[in-house]
Design a protein around this ligand. Structure first.
Ligand SMILES: NC(=O)c1ccc[n+]([C@@H]2O[C@H](COP(=O)([O-])OP(=O)(O)OC[C@H]3O[C@@H](n4cnc5c(N)ncnc54)[C@H](O)[C@@H]3O)[C@@H](O)[C@H]2O)c1
Length: 361
């Protein structure tokens, strides 16, 4: 099907495939985006940046000094994954991802999780109706802080200190975002806390949660200690809809919830600047998966779902819904699936099946 409307909408997208399977799932998602664009009347102006760990090994930097400036004028950023076994993970994270998330005030990390019809959860007797939640992870502060240091390295007196940072502004805005999302969804919100063990920041988080949710009296709000919450997401995933969590808790919980939904390979994420003062960034939850990189077997659905999140952010709601509907149809009708989902298909097989749903419609 081709678009027969009058004008073609254009969106400027910076693409950073990154490392490992990032370079396999990114082209897959771009192929799907191009096909859905043709069907829905928009074009993407793509600028690709070869940044990541190879760039670090060649130049000593994950991205050039003016990297943030190069991204600033775009409508959105699409990222694959970063990480290479011979480059320390804190270098790849703090040299690229975290500077982008912080410079562009992408303080919401939105991670939806669904058990798609046709996919088996590793849990017995769990149905797609029971696994449909969104983790709203704080993305700019919390436990991921640069404040701290190390002393007496290599001696018996060695020590490391890391400060967690929670501001009222940062905490309120993430909880407010989650409240609005919960209002638009089921009306239920759960806060991940740990105010029994962490005696300053987490009681503060709880106080802000109580204050912000009191402005949304129709919401059913609860808070659960993160350790118990991890167990509950496994034992009773249907209990949860919107979960708001700090940077670290949200990161861990979203991998756990993605596993409940069948594979981390299908989980998407949006790093959002809700005020739209800066570009937002979309990327699969998974990393560069060096154990399977280069073999053409990575599941591209996490990247493709992230691309659908990006379309929604760009105002292409119909196209975003069409991408998700084609993923749903493919999985429900026993279409190709990669090894992480128990199949034998390649990245290219899954991509071709999704692309054909737009070209043959
Ligand atoms: N946002 C990011 O760029 C990001 C996120 C997480 C980890 N990392 C980095 O990635 C590297 C590897 O980290 P890791 O092994 O902890 O996590 P990972 O997500 O890369 O892999 C974990 C496991 O899941 C599998 N897997 C992941 N994505 C898959 C997909 N699309 N299809 C099929 N299987 C998939 C992998 O094969 C591996 O067994 C590290 O360098 C880490 O720092 C980057």
């Amino acid at each position: 099907m081709g678009y027969d409307g009058e004008s073609v909408r254009r969106h400027r997208i910076a693409v950073i495939p990154g490392d490992g399977i990032g370079r396999e799932v990114t082209p897959a998602a771009l192929e799907v985006l191009e096909a859905v664009g043709r069907a829905h009347g928009f074009e993407l102006e793509l600028t690709e940046y070869p940044w990541g760990c190879d760039h670090f090994v060649d130049t000593g930097r994950m991205m050039p000094v003016d990297g943030i400036e190069l991204l600033r004028g775009t409508d959105a950023i699409f990222l694959g994954a970063v990480g290479r076994p011979d480059v320390p993970d804190h270098i790849s994270l703090w040299g690229l991802l975290i500077p982008i998330r912080r410079s562009f005030r992408q303080y919401v990390n939105l991670r939806p999780i669904r058990l798609w019809p046709g996919i088996a959860s590793p849990l017995r007797d769990v149905t797609p109706e029971q696994v449909d939640m969104v983790i709203v992870r704080e993305n700019n502060e919390g436990e991921y802080s640069e404040i701290g240091g190390r002393l007496h390295q290599g001696t018996e007196d060695e020590l490391a200190v890391q400060e967690a940072l929670f501001t009222r502004k940062g905490t309120d805005r993430i909880i407010s975002y989650a409240c609005e999302l919960a209002t638009a969804r089921s009306g239920r919100i759960c806060s991940a806390t740990k105010s029994n063990g962490i005696i300053h920041t987490m009681p503060f988080w709880d106080e802000r949660f109580a204050e912000v949710t009191s402005r949304h009296p129709r919401l059913e709000a609860e808070q659960v200690l993160i350790d118990a919450l991890a167990a509950m997401v496994v034992l009773n995933p249907g209990r949860f809809d919107v979960i708001v969590a700090s940077n670290l808790f949200g990161d861990i919980l979203s991998d756990l919830a993605a596993a409940v939904a069948g594979s981390i390979g299908i989980a998407p994420s949006g790093n959002l600047n809700p005020e739209r003062e800066y570009p937002s960034m979309f990327e699969p939850v998974h990393g560069s998966a060096p154990d399977i990189a280069g073999r053409g077997i990575a599941n591209p659905i996490g990247a493709i779902w992230s691309a659908a999140q990006m379309l929604e952010h760009l105002g292409e709601q119909e196209a975003a819904a069409a991408v998700l509907a084609s993923v749903e149809r493919m999985l429900a009708s026993d279409g190709p699936r990669t090894r992480d989902l128990g199949g034998t298909a390649t990245t290219a097989d899954v991509t071709a099946a999704l692309v054909s749903s737009f070209t043959s419609a």
